[in-house]
Design a protein around this ligand. Structure first.
Ligand code: UGA
Length: 467
């Protein structure tokens, strides 16, 4: 199938590369010409595991190409996927101007009939507006446009895996031919017949074949928002329980483990910590709240989940201040900047809020992240960017785990202890084993679990918060 991808960000690039990987002929474009230049020079504008290899292989095989010529890209595809950004407006609504721009572009540049597929996350009823826009702007052409919704469930950091081995594929369609085309596009994934797999090589772990759900366009749009908001609610629930654990004395990890063993609840997305960030959950919950309000539905549940998340950094700073007395002039090291591991994305990352607040308090900040330093440097040029975690620890009075990169677990923690001015660990993601760290001589504060304070004079434990 000939496929066009409009928008070569995280969603567009991963989708385009993976659609080429499963055999389609794909042309990707973006209005940001610098992105296309980087791609045509063999680089990637983002970090995403496995993506570089897939892009290189499919460019080489001539199944994948990138062009800054938007019209050429539109004309290539029988099916055009819209993967443009839908960032939040001031009032929380999704900004759909890029979707509207894509509709006008397609209507203007198409020289044949096309199936236009929304892949960007959009509020319900956007498909209806898209259909209308294509009809208005394409009214003088002989081409017809059919619209479908095909929400993505890719997680940054595991996006290639998620694309090639999804749990489900949702297609919202208004006519049979759209369904037929989308079934054909996803056939290799629905049959799990992509060999060799870019993630697993020869043999993929046994997994059920993905479910295909064919719905109306409205329903497909709603499914995406409903999923992301439910994940957000789950995380905020874990954080609410964590706060209770801290004040009343219990361990949130044990509570969540027990909860997750109940198949009606499930273990995923119950990790308490500094809260959810990234360019999906925070903006989607806002947009969904707005949608609910417009529909006259009580969305208090979503508002509270959002509020709990917004307060995570306040709460964390209050705890940090209890340990450090004041933050002014304190040398504080942060490990991790990305909103989650295995990505270089810092959009709405808890680290960004945390750094901003620490700067207001006039703390001295040293940071390290395996992938997200360059992007953070654009936002905060004056803080200290370190060569490695040991450099961050050097002379620090507290070390904060902000992102749970697995490589942080493997650090030489005895060496870190020796480098720190005060061996205080503030583990914002419950990444480290508290007992191991305490045995090594650290003071330790996790999220929603008993903290351990050590006497600077004797090295003995002087206080354990109740458990
Ligand atoms: C999310 C969804 O998980 C994807 O299914 C969806 O396709 C994507 O948004 C999207 O709409 O494009 P993503 O934003 O990549 O994916 O990240 P998540 O893995 O959902 O994590 C979001 C945030 O929640 C991160 O900051 C993470 O650290 C935090 N989180 C996650 C927790 O604090 N606790 C948890 O238990 C899980």
């Amino acid at each position: 199938m000939q496929i066009s991808i409009l928008g070569s960000g995280y969603v567009g690039l991963v989708s385009g590369a993976c659609l080429a990987e499963i055999g389609h002929s794909v042309v990707c474009t973006d209005k940001d010409e610098s992105k296309i230049r980087v791609l045509n020079e063999g680089g990637l504008p983002i970090y995403e595991p496995y993506l570089k290899e897939i892009v290189a292989r499919n460019v080489e095989a001539r199944r994948l190409s990138f062009t800054a010529d938007l019209g050429e890209a539109v004309r290539h595809g029988d099916v055009v996927f819209i993967c443009v950004g839908t960032p939040p407006l001031q009032d929380g609504d999704a900004d759909l101007s890029a979707i509207d721009g894509a509709a006008r572009l397609i209507a203007r540049e198409a020289r044949s009939s096309k199936l236009v597929v929304e892949k960007s996350t959009v509020p319900m009823q956007t498909g209806q507006k898209l259909t209308r826009a294509l009809a208005i702007y394409g009214r003088n052409s002989k081409n017809s446009f059919s619209v479908a919704s095909n929400p993505e469930f890719l997680r940054e950091g595991t996006a290639v895996l998620d694309f090639l081995h999804p749990d489900r594929i949702v297609i919202g369609v208004g006519d049979e031919s759209a369904e037929k085309q989308l079934r054909e596009i996803y056939q290799p994934i629905l049959q799990q017949s992509v060999v060799p797999c870019a993630v697993h090589g020869g043999v993929c772990p046994a997994k059920d074949v993905p479910a295909l759900l064919v719905t109306s366009i409205n329903t497909a749009e709603l499914i995406k928002h409903a999923c992301n908001c439910f994940l957000a609610v789950k995380i905020s629930y874990a954080n609410l329980i964590a706060d209770i654990c801290e004040t009343m004395g219990a361990d949130v990890e044990e509570v969540m483990r027990a909860m997750g063993l109940d198949p009606r609840i499930g273990p995923a997305f119950l990790r308490a910590g500094l809260g959810f960030g990234g360019f999906c959950l925070p903006k989607d919950i806002q947009a969904f709240i707005r949608l609910g309000e417009k529909a006259g539905v009580d969305v208090a549940l979503l508002r509270d989940a959002e509020l709990i998340n917004k307060r995570r950094i306040d709460h964390f700073l209050a705890r940090a201040t209890q340990w450090l007395w004041t933050l002014k002039d304190k040398r504080i090291g942060l490990l991790g900047l990305a909103f989650k591991p295995n990505t270089d994305d810092i959009r709405f990352a808890p680290a960004i809020e945390l750094i901003g607040r620490l700067l207001q308090e006039h703390a001295e900040i040293r940071v390290y992240d395996p992938q997200a330093m360059a992007r953070t440097q654009e936002v905060f040029p004056t803080i200290q960017y370190c060569a490695d975690p040991y450099d961050v620890a050097d002379g620090s009075e507290a070390l904060v785990i902000v992102t749970e990169w697995s490589s942080f677990k493997e650090l030489d923690w005895a060496r870190i202890r020796g480098l720190m001015q005060r061996p205080l660990l503030l583990d914002g993601r419950n990444l480290l084993d508290r007992d191991e760290m305490v045995a090594m001589g650290f003071e330790y504060e996790g999220v929603g679990k008993p903290s351990v304070e050590v006497s600077p004079l004797t090295g003995q434990i002087v206080r354990t918060s109740s458990a």
